[in-house]
Structures are given as structure tokens and as C-alpha cells.
Design a binder for this molecule. Sequence first.
Ligand code: PLP
Length: 402
Amino acid sequence: LSTWANVPAGPPDPILGITEAFKADKDPRKINLGVGAYRDDQGKPYVLNAVKKAEDLIASTNPDKEYLGIIGLPEFTKNATLLAYGADSVPLKAGSVAATQTLSGTGALRIGGTFLGRFFPTAKVIYLPTPSWGNHTPIFRDSGLEVRQYRYFDKKTVGLDFAGLKEDIQNAPEGAIVLLHACAHNPTGVDPTPAQWKEISDLVKEKKLFPFFDMAYQGFASGNTTKDAFAVRYFVEQGHQIALAQSFAKNMGLYGERVGAFSLVAANPEEKARVESQLKIIVRPMYSNPPLHGARIANAILANKDLYKEWESEVELMANRIISMRDRLHDLLTSTHNTPGEWGHIKSQIGMFSFTGLTPTQTKALAEKAHIYMTADGRISMAGLNGGNINYFAESVSKAVK
Ligand code: PLP
């Protein structure tokens, strides 16, 4: 008998399964709207010019390949936290923000989750929005936290269920953790307004909850990294000791390089040092220290004025291409193809994704009849649409709905 005879087969990953079906489809019209990675108007992956130039700059210094420290490249975490918290951030200026480089956003969530699992002093319960990014539940469950839900999306309005959100946060036990998508909520594309963020901040304070921000799309929502950091900066200004997971996968297109950061606002530099010592104790037996190359790239961009400027314009370009696809798709669905139903949400939703409202039956029909692939919940990656395929997509959706 094999040692592994009793290992049950696990279910396939819902998103990577779509990519497999897409690859197997031989129809030239096929479209993959499953994966959340930016594509240019030719449907090709896009390596940012700022990234290419940063790599040239790094190569020109002929750097060594020695190990990084346990918490990574110090200049990188300094510049990454600066990007998120802003130059005026009081705890950042005071040296009270503990930080570690991580394996992209996922790694940041996991290191943060593990830290909270070990040291969070009150309810080791984390509230996630319904729905949320599919990996949140396993990440926090594996971190030793109990996962619960708060209402977020209203199917009827295809918008934010703000009343439900407030009620559920109000009813959370005092001292629980609440996960907030900082901007460009995945999968719904629905974000709170600044006024709603202010109410959420008050409520979180009143209930003594702990806000954990997942910021995987800074810059991708509005095209502007400062604008997209509004919620994070507002909460910090209001005195919340936030935790923050950052990813440079999307906004720098560094997906496979795995560049991210986890940070936590401490009361003072002495507390920050204690927290960082524990972050090191979490990282060391897991992967010892993070990879070098991507952090060097991100840091070169963040530290160099010219590269930073070029990067900012490329973030804007990516965000604007997505926004223009929203407008086109809306017009094609309504004016051109007279699709039944209300489609305003395609334009009002924010970031990489749109929650179309298509049903599992309709998404299945789209895959089988039109070779168009998306998650069963009707989420599409707007970045997968381009001048060459958007009309075929709109026409096919229209047919599926009629
Ligand atoms: N958080 C959210 C909401 C995401 O959508 C993603 C990626 O899709 C991530 C975190 C983490 O991505 P990565 O680990 O590639 O940075």
C-alpha cells in the first residue's frame, strides 16, 4: 500500500481551471476573461517600460545575488510604505510602522494573518466581505483565524449593500478583525465612496474592531496611486492602528516576481521593533528570506524620480484603457445590441473586474457556444477585452441574455 493511498483528490482551483479550458479551446474567437492580469489592446501581457528601464539600471550596477535579510530589502519596504501611507503619515514619520517584504499580496496577507493568529489580543475572528477574493478564506483559516462574513454586495442594485455592511459590522463581537479591500474590490468592482469610508471608520472605531486592509490594486482603480490610497490614509489619520497588505503584481505588472509588503502601525518605534522581531520569527522558518529581483525593480522605480514619473503614467494608461473598455462595452450592450436589462454597473464599477450579473447558466452557455471564459459568478476581467474582441463579446452576451 502506498504511503499516500488515503490522500483524497482536492478540487481544482476555480480560476486556474478556467485558463485550462481556455487553452484547450481551439476556436480563434476565444476570449479568456477569467484571470486578473492586465492585457494590452492586442490582448498581450504588458511589461511596463518603467520595469524594463529599472532592470537595465539594476543590471548596469552589476549587483550580487547575496541573501536579503529576513524582512527583505529595507529601501523597498521604506518606499513601499511611503507609497501607501503617504509622505505626511504621522506614524510613518515617527518610525512606528513595522514592515516586511513579502511574496506579493498573498504572502503579505498570510504573514499578517499568522501574526494576528499569534498575537491579536482579542477575538481571533476575521470578517470578510461577501463576496471576496476567493483566496481570502483559505489564507486566514490557515493562519489560525476564524473566518466570518459581512454583507457587501447587493445583487438587486448590483452595487454596495451599505446598510447590510453596517449592520453586520455593528453586530461583530467587540475587538474582532475586519478585512477591507482598500480599492477596486475583487470580485465586484464596487467600492465605498469617501463618505461611506468615513462612516465605516467611525463604526470600526466604535466597535473597537481592527482594520486589515488588502491593497492589491493601488493605482488601478482611478489611475492615481494617491487617490486609491484614500481609505488607508484616512483610517490612519483617524488613529486606527491598521494592518496593510500591499501587492505590486498589478500596478507594476510584476505578477510572477512576487513583490509585496506587509505593514502594521505600532504605537511607537519601540513597539514597532518588537512587532518586527516577531515578523522575523514568522518568516524565518517559512522561507527564510524573500526573493531579490522584484524588490530591486520596485524599489528602483519608487526611488528614481524619472522612473517613478514614467510608472505613474503607465499606471494611468492601464487604468484608462480599462475604463474606456467599460464605456465601450456599456454602449455596445445597450445602444448597439439592445441587450435586455440594466447595464449601468459596467461603467460605474471600479478596477480590474466587473461583476456583470450574468448567471451561472449564462456563463456556461457563453463558454460552450461562444468560447468566452469567465468565472461562474459572472465576474469578468475587463483587461481581457480589447478593440479586437469587445464587439464579439458584447454580441455574445446579448445573445446569452435574450
Ligand atoms: N488581494 C486581492 C483582492 C487580489 O485580487 C489579489 C490577486 O488577485 C491578491 C490579493 C494577491 O495577489 P498577489 O499575491 O499576486 O499579489
